[in-house]
Design a protein around this ligand. Structure first.
Ligand code: G3H
Length: 255
């Protein structure tokens, strides 16, 4: 059977908790319940919004799920400003993005830290959405597949197969993020297939067949259809377009 597609809205550093409530309500209103049978819809707001979003989703029995954008590799302690996986699990987070290119670039996160965060997430029962992808010079040098699969393998070190099978991996070419420059469906398929191959090499074909591989980078309602039509692309990680309820709902309905 086909993997159930996932559309995850990464809000990045947008929306205070009141705006978050309004946005989730609008998305729920714009996306009729019948669509949730064929697509899983997740919102990933900033930390300060998560409790409010959780309360709204639970109270109104909305069918979408929520998650976070980052977590600490540690469970508790003297880590000023950080938020642990245990705290996120307590807030009902289903997913957490790990290793987003903005974290890698702006906060200097390397593969070793990304690996620790992946392990922290699974330890607390949160599914990591592991983000990988190449910057433009790497793509131009034709090294994008090697670069991306290397990131995947490094992030999954010492991750057991029971956790690998629920994993989500998002291929986000850095040059396509927030630029309006979307990868072609064939480009997305090439790397997403290579990612699945890398998972297969480590965990075997059966587990790799269950892992959902998403594409991210300037996904909109107008281009999501052709991207998710590719056999190894199981949905999308959406930035900018996830802040517009109508656009996001439309995009989910198409996926
Ligand atoms: O996590 C989402 C990606 O960074 C894509 O962002 O849709 O604004 O290009 P974008």
């Amino acid at each position: 059977p086909r993997r159930k597609p996932l559309i995850a809205g990464n809000w990045k550093m947008n929306c205070n908790h009141l705006e978050a409530l309004a946005l989730v309500q609008k998305i729920a209103f714009a996306l009729p319940e019948k669509y949730y049978d064929k697509v899983e819809v997740a919102v990933l707001p900033p930390f300060t919004d998560i409790r409010s979003v959780q309360t709204l989703i639970d109270g109104d029995k909305l069918k979408l799920v929520h998650g976070a954008q980052d977590l600490s590799p540690h469970d508790s302690g003297a880590y000023t400003g950080d938020v642990s996986g245990a705290m996120l699990a307590k807030l009902g987070c289903t997913y957490v993005t790990v290793g987003h290119s903005e974290r890698r670039e702006i906060h200097g996160e390397d593969d070793a830290l990304v690996n620790k965060k992946v392990r922290a997430a699974v330890k607390h029962g949160i599914v990591p959405i592991l983000c990988v992808g190449e910057p433009l010079p790497v793509r131009e040098a034709g090294e994008h597949v090697a670069h991306t699969t290397r990131q995947v393998t490094a992030a999954l070190e010492k991750v057991e197969s029971q956790h690998a099978q629920t994993l989500v991996i998002a291929y986000e070419p850095v040059w396509a993020i927030g630029t309006g420059r979307v990868a072609s469906a064939a480009d997305a398929q090439e790397v997403c297939a290579a990612i699945r191959q890398a998972v297969s090499a480590k965990y075997g074909e059966a587990i790799a067949a269950g892992v959902r591989v998403l594409y991210g980078g300037s996904v909109k309602a107008k281009n999501v259809g052709e991207i998710v039509a590719e056999s190894d692309v199981d949905g999308a990680l959406v930035g900018g377009a996830s802040l517009d309820a109508d656009e996001f709902a439309q995009l989910c309905a198409i996926a």
